[in-house]
Structures are given as structure tokens and as C-alpha cells.
Design a binder for this molecule. Structure first.
Ligand code: HEC
Ligand code: HEC
Length: 320
């Protein structure tokens, strides 16, 4: 990790000098939906589920097996290494089960496609030693992610990081500025639009929903999403991201001129706004304290939730 360390040392000097006191604002529900135990997922009737443009078929039981990464579109990616395809029984679940076969994940986890290999390895190490947590404990997705980081071996991390870092990210989120949004409910782990097309005021939140819930439930990596964001947030986010406007640092010096990553640092363009908001909030509230996190702690130290919301809305609207 020599190159990465040298690179980070070279950018530390541009970080803000003083970090403000830890913020006391509560985590917003739109970004941290509580698990909904009343959600009734589709029932296994023994017949294979199908998704568009695929000849594959899986039953709902197979699609909920944590040791299976469904391969709906084999032409979209190289063959999966074992750890991504099937994990290792009993306690390392298949990476592709949650992050999908070619890495896009969903609003409830993280898009891994094309993240730098050294970044992925560093994050796994941070989870393993307890340095990367989450501001709202007890939610299922991060709990499982953190748990599987403990027993995983270095060669398994290496294989997964090699695979995910070589993938090409795809645009899958449409961002819509609007005063209203579909009425929504938590479908298990993420927000989904209620049937019937009813709308309600959006207010100061982002609503990120799958365009087709069943396709999403089927873990089809080609699933797409719409994110409703408050009117004006794209322009506000752009100003913060590109200029900092006295509240933060411009992101490009560290995350790359196109925000698609630089050296060991991750892409922040075109990713789930729900996930990205949780990360900014987690840095701000000391829940993410990995080896490289101090650089971000300073970036977020003066940001209010509204600023973070605008930033992630703008970032999600960019091509990945
Ligand atoms: C049970 C679902 C699940 C499985 C299985 C899973 N992950 Fe995750 N992963 C998550 C969630 C949820 C997050 C986001 C957690 C957070 O907010 O820190 C995440 C985040 C990550 C991140 C951080 C990404 C970033 O942008 O910083 C990496 C790297 C990662 N996972 C790698 C893996 C690898 C490698 C495997 C397989 C060994 C794996 N994951 C299996 C759910 C899962
Ligand atoms: C001084 C360098 C620096 C600047 C400037 C910077 N970042 Fe970062 N960023 C980092 C580092 C380093 C990490 C990885 C932190 C870690 O490993 O915990 C990171 C990680 C992130 C992550 C988490 C990504 C993931 O995959 O989980 C987000 C989100 C993020 N930065 C957003 C921003 C935004 C938005 C800006 C501009 C407003 C910004 N960063 C400016 C250095 C920087």
C-alpha cells in the first residue's frame, strides 16, 4: 500500500485545519429506513422468477439464499470468483448476493463497481477492526456486512477486490427535482413507491425508489432507480461540490477531476444518494473512523444535513 500512503500524504496538506465539534442532529429516516418486519416479500410458488432480457430463472427461495449471487446477465461481466458467487459457509455470505453480480448494489448497501482495489481492501480492514460502523446500529444490511468482515480471509478479500475493481460502473439512477414524490413505504430494507400512484409533499428529504420493485427483489443488477430531490438542491449541491463555498472543500482534488475516483480514493459520481448521505453523516458523527477517514472528517465538519442532502443529490445526477 506504499503508493496509496504517499498519495494520501500528498493531499493531507489541503485539508481544513480545524474540525468542528461533533454534530448532535438525529439521523434522518429517509436515509436510514428502519427494517419493516410487516413487509410481505414475494412467496416461492416453486416456479422460476424471470427478469427482462435474461434466459436465467431462480425461485424466490434461491433468490433469498445468502450464498447465491444470481447471474442474470452473464454477458455483462467476467466469471465471478467463488467468494463473490457463493461466499463461504457458514458466515461469509456471497458478496454478489447483496452487491449483485457486477457490483451495483442498491440504496441499502453500496455500489462497488470500479472502486479502486486498494480502497476496497482498506475498507474491509476497517470493518474488520471495528473502525467502520454506522450511525444507526441494528439495521440489517450494515450489521451483516460488518459481521462477515470478521471471518473473511486476506486471499478472499484480495479476490473480491480484484473482481469488483475491474468492473465498469453503469448509470442506473435518475434524479428528479420535485416538490412532490410518490407515497412510499419501507419494502423490507429500502423505500419503495406505494401502488396507486398517489403523491405527497417531498419536503427536505430524498426519496430513492426502485423503478420496478420485483426486478429489484430479484437482484437483477440492471435494476434502475429514481431519486426525488428537493427543488434547488442540484444547483446548491453543485456549488458545494465544485467550490466548497466556505463550508467545505471542493471534492475534485481528492476524488478526481470528474469525481470518478483518483488513485486509491473512491468514485463519488453517479452513486446512490441514500448510501452517500449515510457516509457523510457517518463521517460527521464519528461512526466511520477508518485509517483514511480523518481526511473526510474535516470535509464534513461544517456541513448541515441540508448541505449533505444537496451534495448527494448533485453527485447522484452525474454519470458514474
Ligand atoms: C448482507 C449483505 C452484504 C453482503 C453479503 C456483502 N456486503 Fe458489502 N456492504 C453491505 C452494506 C449494507 C454496505 C454498506 C455498509 C455501510 O454503510 O458501511 C456494504 C459496504 C461494502 C464496502 C464499502 C464500500 C464503499 O464504497 O466504501 C465494501 C468494500 C464491501 N461492502 C465489500 C464486500 C465484499 C468484498 C463482500 C463479500 C465478501 C461483501 N461486501 C458482502 C452489504 C453486504
Ligand atoms: C482531502 C481529501 C478529500 C476531499 C477534499 C474530499 N474527500 Fe471524500 N474521501 C476522502 C478519503 C480519504 C475517503 C476515504 C475515507 C475512508 O476510507 O474512510 C473519502 C471518502 C468519501 C466518501 C465515502 C465513499 C464510499 O465509497 O463510501 C464520500 C461519500 C465522500 N468522500 C464524499 C466527498 C465529498 C462530497 C467531497 C467534497 C465536498 C469530498 N469527499 C472531499 C478524501 C477526501
Amino acid at each position: 500500500m506504499k503508493i496509496a500512503t504517499a498519495f494520501l500524504a500528498s493531499i493531507i496538506s489541503v485539508a481544513l485545519p480545524a474540525a468542528a465539534a461533533m454534530a448532535a442532529d438525529a439521523p434522518p429516516q429517509w436515509a436510514y429506513p428502519a427494517n419493516n418486519p410487516n413487509y410481505k416479500p414475494p412467496v416461492d410458488d416453486g416456479r422460476p422468477v424471470r427478469v427482462p432480457d435474461s434466459t436465467a430463472g431462480y425461485t424466490w427461495s434461491q433468490l433469498r439464499d445468502r450464498f447465491i449471487a444470481p447471474i442474470w446477465h452473464p454477458g455483462d461481466h467476467r466469471p465471478l470468483p467463488d467468494i463473490v458467487a457463493s461466499g463461504r459457509n457458514p458466515d461469509v455470505f456471497a458478496c454478489g448476493y447483496c452487491h449483485r453480480a457486477d457490483g451495483p448494489g442498491g440504496p441499502e448497501n453500496s455500489d462497488l463497481a470500479g472502486l479502486p482495489k486498494s480502497y476496497i481492501i482498506q475498507q474491509m480492514a476497517d470493518y474488520k477492526r471495528g473502525a467502520r460502523g454506522t450511525a444507526v446500529s441494528g439495521r440489517t444490511p450494515p450489521t451483516l456486512m460488518i459481521a462477515l468482515s470478521k471471518p473473511i480471509s486476506d486471499p478472499e478479500v484480495e479476490a473480491a477486490a480484484t473482481y469488483f475493481s475491474a468492473l465498469q460502473p453503469r448509470k442506473r439512477i435518475k434524479v428528479v427535482e420535485s416538490d412532490t414524490a410518490p407515497k412510499a413505504y419501507v419494502a423490507g430494507l429500502l423505500w419503495a413507491a406505494a401502488e396507486g400512484g398517489e403523491r405527497e409533499p417531498l419536503g427536505q428529504r430524498i426519496l430513492e425508489v426502485p423503478d420496478d420493485l420485483i426486478r429489484f427483489e430479484s437482484r437483477d443488477p440492471r435494476s434502475t432507480f429514481t431519486a426525488y430531490v428537493p427543488v434547488g438542491s442540484l444547483a446548491k449541491g453543485e456549488a458545494l461540490v465544485t467550490k466548497g463555498v466556505g463550508k467545505t472543500l471542493a471534492c475534485a482534488p481528492c476524488h478526481g477531476p470528474d469525481l470518478k475516483g483518483l488513485g486509491p480514493l473512491p468514485r463519488i459520481a453517479g452513486r446512490s444518494p441514500s448510501y452517500m448521505f449515510r457516509q457523510l453523516y457517518d463521517f460527521r458523527h464519528g461512526a466511520r473512523t477508518g485509517e483514511w477517514s480523518p481526511l473526510m472528517a474535516q470535509v464534513v465538519s461544517n456541513l448541515e444535513q441540508e448541505d449533505m442532502l444537496a451534495i448527494v443529490a448533485y453527485l447522484a445526477s452525474l454519470d458514474p
